[in-house]
Ligand binder design. Structure first.
Ligand code: IVH
Length: 686
């Protein structure tokens, strides 16, 4: 008998238990031991089997089900919970002398011999995770140290955090650690954000913190956060040594990292610090120092605490690496969104292993505050951020020829006077449709993979078409002819100074035209995304396209209508309205439409399950027998629409369990009928 048919006849409850155990075991091998024993494909097959079974038999889903790793329901606002043990921080030191002081303070308080454990100081977000009877029951952020946010569903998506422990774990304990975002994931995330015109995160710590606070665990799951655990708390914990407790935690399947060490004396502590001060550059994640803890836990009580931190532990913070060099000139870059960035051109200098020639000068206010002048000796620092920044000026070294430089008031690319929005530090060039880097950026976005996906046109070709004035905006692309393109030439100067000519031959031209022709079949939701409306990323474009179903309907929408669409906030709504208010944008849309691009949803109308809910709008609130996302999907699949807030035009309030009393009251005031889950299903199943 085949394995699949065997599974089918198996008792679903047993099969769910078996799959849960097996998948958790694979996760442990993959994420903790780094020794996978099954292919990704096979893993995914088992996981989809479990997802399907749990959907059919939700009553059998286990608390440590690995399906929670992909994220469940959206949590609106986190619940605040009190920490069982306050979440303290550590005293910081920046020099080895201060560590000697720390050691002497301890020696004054105890005559017993003791040793230290040195650990990495992970640069992330602190978390306290509770395990009861081996199951992860709660995860809480630091908050103010007394109370924090319950982010359990988000933390459960982190694959290196076990949902169930193994071995001889205590019944009830908390383990503290740091949630981090590895460099590779940070770079991926920022690349995607830039594509979507979202502000990139300044450093992995901010990205980890932002990710952990997201309301939708499915989105958190995509971020690939990681976590290192470093501190056990509870009543009946094994061992009286911190080092041994960490080893124990490791044996229960918890990820403690491999980089902690027992140090018998200060010399060994300093060796550990010095080693990691350099070796940290090779780590795939950020650390900002070393934590030194007394190993003998029975001494912790007698050493006690100061107001904020324990006396038995201290953090040594690495100094951000700095170098001094001359500021040669300042240039101003215009980004795809029009934001101006002042950039310092420096005399090349070695910093943290790389040669630095350019550094960020932040913005006009900071330049003025630091009083930076040309030819000054400036201090460059490479901290958690990827781009080095100028952090100061050595005034004593100011040369005679140091010169004040003016911050620009017009765009260096198009001459338009710059604007500065209230409360924003950056200057912007408002000429979004004619300023070359902005229009080029818009074209690049238009052809990009997630938008119109015209891969026969790349950045270089777009630049050439733009520079040759053949294309000013997206609609011009569709007017290009074979004759215009054939033989177009451009010189490229490579890094070694060689000049190379590229020219469009028959094949290239044919491919470009074919790519453009094919893109006419791309769905409305992608066309809408491709227009490059600020804050309208892929997901928002999809929402708007499927909600309004055509550009005509979207154009008619008022600010209020837009805000009422599920998941559309005021910032997006304002941006959409502003975009459609510009006649030049309407002209582009009209021309694109004339060229045959899709401006309405067509094909999916056939894939609707029914049109029983056509013309009806729903607010879905509370909890249901399946996830709220699934319920919303059903509304859409039967031709209905989801909106976020109740208004006169809402047809129904679909009320699940635990719905807030306020919603109910408002629905009654507005005379909106309440539907329960059973009635809803009866409506669509009839
Ligand atoms: S021990 C009571 N160990 O740094 C002692 N903290 O400034 C609890 N951190 O609050 C903390 N790596 O968020 C400890 N190996 C490590 C750490 C670590 C990073 C964070 C943690 C802590 C802060 C102290």
């Amino acid at each position: 008998m085949h394995a699949t048919s065997l599974q089918n006849i198996m008792n679903p409850e047993l099969r769910i238990q078996q799959l849960t155990r097996e998948l958790n075991d694979h996760n442990y091998r993959y994420y903790i031991l780094d020794q996978p024993s099954i292919s990704d494909y096979d893993f995914d097959m088992l996981l989809s089997e479990l997802i399907a079974l749990e959907k059919q038999y939700p009553q059998y889903m286990l608390p440590d089900s690995p399906t929670q790793r992909v994220g469940g329901d959206i949590t609106k606002n986190f619940t605040q919970v009190e920490h069982r043990y306050p979440m303290l921080s550590l005293g910081n030191t920046y020099s080895q002398e201060e560590i000697v002081d720390f050691d002497q303070r301890i020696r004054k308080l105890t005559t017993e011999p003791f040793s230290y454990v040195c650990e990495l100081k992970y640069d992330g977000v602190a978390i306290g995770i509770t395990y009861k009877n081996g199951l992860l029951t709660q995860a809480v952020t630091r908050g103010d140290g007394v109370k924090g946010d319950d982010v359990t569903s988000n933390v459960k998506t982190i694959k290196s955090i076990p949902l169930r422990l193994q071995g001889d774990f205590p019944d009830d304990f908390e383990i503290r650690g740091e949630i981090i975002l590895p460099h590779k994931e940070f770079e991926n995330l920022n690349r995607l954000r830039e594509e979507d015109e979202d502000e990139p995160f300044a450093n992995p710590r901010n990205a980890a913190s932002g990710s952990l606070k997201m309301q939708d665990p499915k989105e958190v799951a995509k971020r690939n956060l990681d976590c290192f655990l470093y501190f056990l708390m509870g009543e009946n914990l094994p061992s009286d040594y911190h080092y041994e407790r960490l080893q124990k935690a490791k044996s229960w399947g918890l990820k403690t990292g491999n980089f902690f060490a027992k140090c018998e004396n200060l010399e060994q502590v300093f060796d550990f610090i010095n080693y990691w001060d350099t070796a940290r550059r090779e780590l795939p994640f950020d650390i900002d120092g070393i934590v030194i803890k007394v190993d003998q836990i029975h001494l912790w009580d007698s050493l006690g605490f100061t107001a904020k931190s324990p006396r038995w532990a201290i953090a040594y913070k690495f100094k951000a690496e700095q170098a001094a060099t001359e500021l040669l000139s300042v240039s101003f870059q215009v980004g795809r969104t029009g934001a101006i960035t002042p950039v310092a051109n420096l005399k090349p200098v070695l910093l943290a292993g790389t040669v630095v020639k350019r550094a960020s000068l932040h913005n006009a206010d900071i330049i003025e505050k630091m009083d930076i002048r040309l030819h000054d000796t400036v201090l460059v620092e490479k901290g958690g951020e990827i781009i080095p920044k100028i952090v100061g000026v050595d005034l004593e070294k100011r040369p005679e020829n140091a010169a004040v430089f003016e911050y620009i008031s017009t765009c260096p690319e198009c001459g338009t006077p710059l604007v500065r929005k209230d409360g924003e530090a950056n200057h912007y060039c408002p000429n979004e449709d004619r300023c070359p880097p902005q229009t080029k950026g818009k074209l690049e976005h238009f052809i990009s993979r997630k938008a119109m996906n015209i891969d026969s046109l790349g950045e270089g070709k777009i630049e050439m078409l733009f520079d040759k004035k053949l294309v000013r905006n997206a609609s011009d692309l569709y007017l290009l002819t074979y004759e215009q393109l054939l033989g177009l030439e451009r010189e490229i100067v490579s890094e070694d100074g060689k000049v190379k000519k590229i020219s469009f031959r028959e094949k290239t031209v044919e491919n470009i035209l074919k790519g453009l022709e094919n893109s006419k079949k791309i769905g409305f939701e992608k066309v809408l995304y491709a227009l490059g409306i600020r804050f309208v990323g892929e997901t928002v474009a999809k929402k708007l396209a499927f909600h309004y179903r055509s550009i005509e309907e979207l154009l008619k929408a008022s600010l209020e209508d837009l805000v009422n669409v599920d998941e559309i906030g005021i910032k997006i709504a304002e941006s959409v309205i502003a975009y459609f208010q510009r006649p030049e944008h309407l002209e582009i849309i009209e021309n694109l439409r004339k060229s045959g691009l899709q401006f309405e949803i067509t094909e999916d109308s056939q894939s609707l399950l029914s049109n029983k809910l056509e013309g009806k709008t729903f607010v879905v609130s509370g909890t249901f027998s399946r996830s709220r996302d699934e319920i919303k999907k059903l509304v859409e699949l039967h031709g209905g629409k989801n909106v976020s807030g109740l208004s006169k035009t809402t047809s129904f309030l679909l009320a699940g369990e635990k719905m807030g009393p306020e919603k109910k009251k408002k629905a009654e005031q507005l005379n909106i009928p309440l539907l329960d889950e059973a009635t809803f299903f009866a409506m669509i199943e009839k």
